[in-house]
Design a protein around this ligand. Structure first.
Ligand SMILES: Cc1cc2nc3c(=O)[nH]c(=O)nc-3n(C[C@H](O)[C@H](O)[C@H](O)COP(=O)(O)O)c2cc1C
Ligand code: SF4
Ligand code: SF4
Length: 363
């Protein structure tokens, strides 16, 4: 065995990356490695990571928008410089089961971006891998049935252990079919990943709302890994999603009342509000006060205007929306017009993972 010690830092919303880290830790421990698993929220890398080639640093995290979640990017940027320490990055991604087929998810630039940050910090990155776990993105699609979830997990466990075995044996994990697939897609989809990081994740955060089943217990707010939920209101308090929400789906997965919806009808209205009228309004202003040409034909200008207006308009719209939701018939209307309200749509959480497993010890 090449390593004496391994430190696995994980970020996980609904338990997939946590479970994959457990499998990695189990394999390392079975191989005689002294292994430590730490949530990125509890991490103290300066103390935990030795500057030694006998220590392996592993980072495990979900894919969001074909790249790494912003919370993970920030964590990697904050890691201390450790010249000889070896590192390994693994992203979990959305695995599917379609009959006998198991199409892979796309982690795109997720692991390469984190690997690059580690490389620039002096780590010797030994390779990257991706594991297909059941998709948790319930705002986009219905959750797969129990049997599919079980089959995907089984395959994921084997794959994870194979990747870990290879790294622990001191071999590199760069020239694989999976990495080739991800490099190509990562490059092709990099524009979408960029848009996801600067806009998409904020938009997604502002789709969440609690339906009338919410009893104000506050479990969602206390357990959010990035503290993105404020409980607001007099009397029974209701969750309000802030901009720093990472759309990790943890709150929705563990809400005891299944009260958290991702508003689809609201998304349609929001797109209209955020993109069209606000930009149109500014273009009219420009055309009135600077009448030197057809501003609406200037795509760079339209892009810049949209970019500047996006955040305040989104914030204001959500603020008004969250107030309106307090009116019972309005809340009901938006609940009934979102797919996530359908009982068959489902909420995903990794079957063996409990909320306490994902709780930060610092809380
Ligand atoms: C907002 C969001 C974006 C996602 N984007 C992708 C993606 O681009 N590609 C992919 O394969 N899976 C994607 N997924 C699926 C998750 O990466 C996958 O289910 C992961 O295993 C979840 O891990 P966790 O339970 O540790 O958070 C996305 C999930 C969410 C919630
Ligand atoms: S966990 Fe569910 S029921 Fe509790 S406050 Fe959050 S949304 Fe409401
Ligand atoms: S608010 Fe919910 S979805 Fe957003 S980061 Fe917190 S737990 Fe995750």
């Amino acid at each position: 065995m090449c390593y004496r010690k391994a430190v696995i830092y994980y970020l996980s919303g609904t338990g997939n990356s946590f479970r994959v880290s457990c499998w990695m830790a189990q394999h390392a421990s079975d191989s005689g490695v002294d292994v430590k698993m730490v949530s990125v929220n509890d991490a103290e890398p300066v103390r935990e990571l030795d500057a030694s080639t006998e220590t392996l640093l592993a980072l495990v995290f979900p894919t969001h928008g074909f790249t790494a979640p912003w919370h993970m990017i920030k964590f990697a940027l904050r890691l201390p410089r450790r010249r000889p320490t070896h590192a390994f990055c693994l992203a979990t991604r959305a695995g599917l089961r379609l009959g006998r087929l198991y199409p892979p998810g796309i982690s795109g630039s997720a692991t390469f971006l984190i690997a690059l940050i580690l490389f620039l910090k002096g780590y010797r990155v030994r390779g990257t891998a991706a594991t297909d776990m059941p998709s948790n993105w319930y705002s986009l699609h219905p959750i797969q049935g129990e049997k599919s979830v079980e089959q995907i997990r089984k395959r994921a466990k084997v794959r994870t252990r194979t990747s870990m075995a290879r790294i622990l044996d001191g071999r590199r994990l760069w020239f694989t079919w999976n990495n080739l697939y991800e490099v190509i897609l990562g490059i092709l989809l990099s524009y979408i990943s960029f848009l996801y990081l600067i806009k998409g994740r904020f938009f997604l955060a502002k789709l969440f709302f609690a339906n009338r089943n919410c009893d104000g217990c506050g479990i969602c707010a206390t357990n959010c890994p990035v503290g993105a939920i404020d409980m607001k209101g007099s009397g029974v308090k209701w969750p309000f999603w802030r901009y720093n929400c990472e759309s990790c789906m943890k709150c929705a997965a563990f809400c005891p009342q299944n009260a958290i919806e991702a508003g689809h009808s609201w998304a349609a209205i929001l797109i209209y509000i955020v993109v069209f009228p606000a930009t149109g309004f500014l273009l009219v202003l420009l055309a009135t006060y600077l009448p030197t040409g057809d501003w609406s034909g200037n795509s760079t200008l339209v892009f810049v205007l949209e970019f500047i207006l996006f955040y305040p308009v989104l914030y204001l719209s959500y603020f008004v929306f969250s107030r309106l939701l307090r009116v019972s018939p309005i809340n009901r209307l938006f609940s009934l017009t979102t797919f996530t309200h359908l009982p068959s749509w489902g909420r995903y959480r990794e079957p063996e993972t409990r909320l306490k497993d994902l709780r930060s010890s610092k809380k």
